[in-house]
Ligand binder design. Structure first.
Ligand code: GRG
Length: 296
């Protein structure tokens, strides 16, 4: 039987999906192929971890509201764009994502590039539609997403990733790459979810940042472990693609057992950082657990 927490996480997904349905154009009119590709890439079974983190962070503050779904939709559209572009032949050149053909295989390369572009700009448009927030908070949200999704965050991590293919990386270099490529958007999700309530204190934001940094790295380590231990069917993407692409991973640098204990250590850190919150942070605690135990 689904627990109360499972039901809450399910309701987060339903709320963000409703918002995404509303904002992404219907596949009609002269640009219908573009819209179809955008919808295909957003509504094909993502786990919605980042939107759930937005809602859970707002709930930890005790104040999720109509802005939360919009912020959650914004980060999920950035995530979807990043996956579309990551799968392109010029980047990781992957044919399969979430168990179905990647966007450029289903449509074509040019459409996939444009679908990513369209989702990225729509994400920022969402942040201009938040209600009842001081302009300074609204601008702060836009700045955080620009920073953490862009060349000071995810995009720089991806650039380092591409530049380091086939090279030996130290554990510190690997941390840099993943803190940016994967961790930055996870941090944006948590911090933006909290800030959009307009009720979070600086101490709470700082604790949430530390939480997000710990689970961001744990998320990536678990991703590397799954790339070694799961099947293509379970993953919904090509298994072993990291070693096939000659990428440095936590499992290749630390070995699988040390990678596992590092994920466990980061999980404990994330839980410790939430000690200033009451049970209102239980959804964040549950998400941390899901991230280090997930099998897909
Ligand atoms: C192209 C600018 C640009 C960035 C791409 C996110 C990213 C950067 C690349 C994805 C490569 C990858 C597999 C990274 C590992 C961590 C990760 C982001 C996994 C995918 O996220 P999930 O598991 O995906 O949340 P779903 O499908 O559930 O949405």
């Amino acid at each position: 039987m689904a627990t109360e927490l499972d039901q809450l996480l399910h309701s987060y997904t339903q709320q963000v999906d409703a918002q995404l349905e509303l904002i992404i154009p219907q596949a009609a009119g002269p640009a219908s192929k573009l819209y179809k590709a955008m919808r295909y890439s957003v509504f094909n079974g993502g786990k919605r971890v980042r939107p759930a983190l937005c809602f859970a962070a707002a709930d930890a503050i005790g104040a999720s509201n109509s802005n939360t779904a919009k912020v959650a939709a914004a980060v999920e559209m950035i995530h979807a764009y990043s996956l579309i572009h990551d799968d392109l032949p010029a980047m990781d050149d992957d044919d399969l994502r979430r168990g179905v053909p990647t966007c450029h295989i289903k449509f074509d390369e040019a459409t996939a590039i444009l679908a990513g572009d369209g989702l990225q700009s729509l994400a920022f448009k969402q942040l201009t539609e938040l209600a009842d927030l001081p302009a300074s908070t609204n601008l702060k949200l836009i700045a955080i997403l620009s920073d953490l999704a862009g060349c000071n965050g995810m995009v720089s991590g991806q650039a380092v990733d591409l530049a380091s293919t086939g090279k030996q990386l130290s554990a510190d270099e690997l941390d840099y790459m993943h803190n940016h490529k994967t961790g930055a958007l996870i941090e944006a999700s948590v911090v933006m979810g909290a800030l959009a309530t307009d009720q979070a204190t600086d101490t709470q934001i700082e604790a949430l940042k530390q939480y997000a940094r710990a689970i961001g790295l744990a998320f990536q380590i678990q991703d590397d472990i799954l790339d070694v231990e799961s099947s293509t069917e379970e993953l919904g993407k090509s298994q072993g693609s990291d070693s096939a692409n000659d990428k440095a991973t936590y499992t290749s640098i630390l070995g699988i057992e040390k990678a596992r204990s590092e994920a466990k250590r980061l999980y404990q850190t994330s839980i410790d950082t939430l000690s200033i919150f009451s049970t209102s942070a239980d959804p964040l605690r549950a998400l941390a657990k899901f991230i280090v135990h997930r099998s897909f």
